[in-house]
Design a protein around this ligand. Structure first.
Ligand code: URA
Length: 436
């Protein structure tokens, strides 16, 4: 005899495993309206305390994935690989990574998100390019991936709609921080892109969703196991997110910095993160035998300009002004610049990514609610890194605002992001580990 929906919720509450078919039935009942929101939240709380094993998590992922449509990229030749980052501050890597990887022959279909809270979003950053559209149809998306090699759009209403509703319930019932629920949420959306492989950048630290390494590692290994069980090639890289990545924070500002990487410049941590993740993508995509060869190819795509050309074609195909790719300084940054200066001499011990990200939100570069608009032109430049020696009065950061008066409360808040030491402290490497 099949268990009823209530019996299934009770079974999970009491710590039993559910069969794959039962998980599917819970999700289809939810999407069809025969399982109420309050029953789903009871189930989510039961999962929060009792967990799900890999078979259950894979079934949940698959059920949420098939609550919508899976993009058909059959017309795109090659092994299609995407990257997903669990989010951080100053993380503009997707914008330079996708064209570079595509230029090396691996198609990159990328469905990205918007910024929320202290973390930024790729869509907001790209929309700082005049005319750039992220709301394309799935047909246009598939055509651009086929013709250009990459395309970056926002989540359509057909992509894992069950996740959207479930996430909204989790958000207001204190059930976001459950590893199997996070895994199913992330993977259901990514697998809907029609990809063959996925590289995950699981960020760890003050500015990340996962604040400590054991939890981040737990999430990364679960993502790899469940993604592999779903038949995809999956690699996860754990990277540090205590300090902002790169120098630029804000939308136009971050897009500029990512474009500089395509031209062979950019801050060394952004370049390193791009190479580390891109190399994994090239290996998964079968375009390089090992990570060293893959890194060499990415460097070549910068040196010979092929990454820039892919970016230009993508921006043009998505309705944007492609001339900003050759000349990133054309992207409008707010005219008033106000400097934050060091209050003492010494060494920078830390630059708190969370505090910097929240300053970005306070100035209008980010949002606290999903329906808010962002100002593409405002932002920050962080001019020092942990470990740097500084003199009193030296510029630590610059704030780009539309009116000078807007800067005062921001500088006060931003100054709290910097701590000093007498002697240089050990600077931890950006990449913590690689998990397969
Ligand atoms: N990001 C997601 O997409 N889902 C989660 O559950 C958490 C972070």
């Amino acid at each position: 005899m099949d268990r009823t929906l209530v019996e299934m919720i009770a079974a999970k509450r009491d710590g039993s495993s559910l069969a794959e078919a039962e998980i599917r039935r819970l999700i289809t009942s939810f999407t069809e309206g025969t399982l109420a929101d309050y029953q789903m939240t009871a189930f989510l709380m039961a999962v929060f305390f009792r967990g799900l094993d890999d078979v259950e998590t894979a079934a949940l992922t698959d059920a949420m994935l098939h609550s919508g449509s899976v993009l058909n990229l059959d017309g795109v030749l090659g092994v299609k690989v995407d990257k997903h980052s669990t989010g951080g501050v100053g993380d503009k890597v997707s914008i330079c990574l996708a064209p570079l990887v595509a230029a090396c022959g691996v198609p990159v279909p990328m469905v990205s998100g918007r910024g929320l809270g202290h973390t930024g979003g790729t869509l907001d950053k790209l929309e700082a390019i005049p005319g750039f559209r992220t709301d394309l149809s799935t047909q246009d998306f598939a055509r651009i991936v086929r013709d250009v090699g990459t395309c970056m759009i926002g989540q359509t209403k057909d992509i894992a709609p069950a996740d959207k509703r479930i996430y909204a319930l989790r958000d207001v019932t204190a059930t976001v921080e459950s590893i199997p629920l996070i895994v199913a949420s992330i993977l259901s959306k990514k697998l809907a892109e029609g990809i063959d492989g996925l590289v995950l950048d699981v960020k760890v630290g003050k500015g990340a969703f996962m604040k400590d390494e054991p939890r981040a590692r737990e999430l990364a290994t679960a993502l790899v196991r469940v993604g592999t069980r779903a038949g995809k090639k999956v690699v996860a890289v754990l990277t540090r997110m205590d300090a902002p990545l790169g120098c630029a924070i804000g939308n136009a500002n971050e897009t500029r910095e990512a474009l500089e990487v395509l031209h062979g410049g950019g801050p060394s941590d952004v370049v390193q993160c791009t190479f580390v993740l891109g190399a994994e993508m090239l290996v998964l995509g079968g375009r390089a035998k090992n990570l060293a060869e893959a890194t060499g190819r990415l460097k070549e795509a910068i040196a010979n300009g092929s990454g820039v050309r892919v970016m230009e074609r993508m921006v043009e195909a998505q309705g944007g002004d492609a001339s900003v790719v050759a000349d990133p300084s054309k992207l409008e940054i707010a005219k008033e610049t106000v400097e934050l200066r060091a209050s003492r001499s010494g060494f920078i011990e830390s630059v708190d990514a969370l505090a910097v990200g929240l300053t970005g939100v306070a100035m209008g570069a980010g949002r606290t609610r999903a329906d808010q608009r962002v100002d593409p032109a405002v932002g920050l430049a962080i001019d020092v890194k942990p470990g740097d020696s500084v003199q009193v009065g030296q510029v630590l950061a610059r704030v780009f605002v539309r009116t000078r008066s807007a800067a005062d409360p921001l500088l006060e808040r931003l100054s709290r992001a910097f701590t000093y030491t007498e002697a240089p402290s050990l600077v931890e490497p950006l990449v913590i580990d690689r998990l397969t």
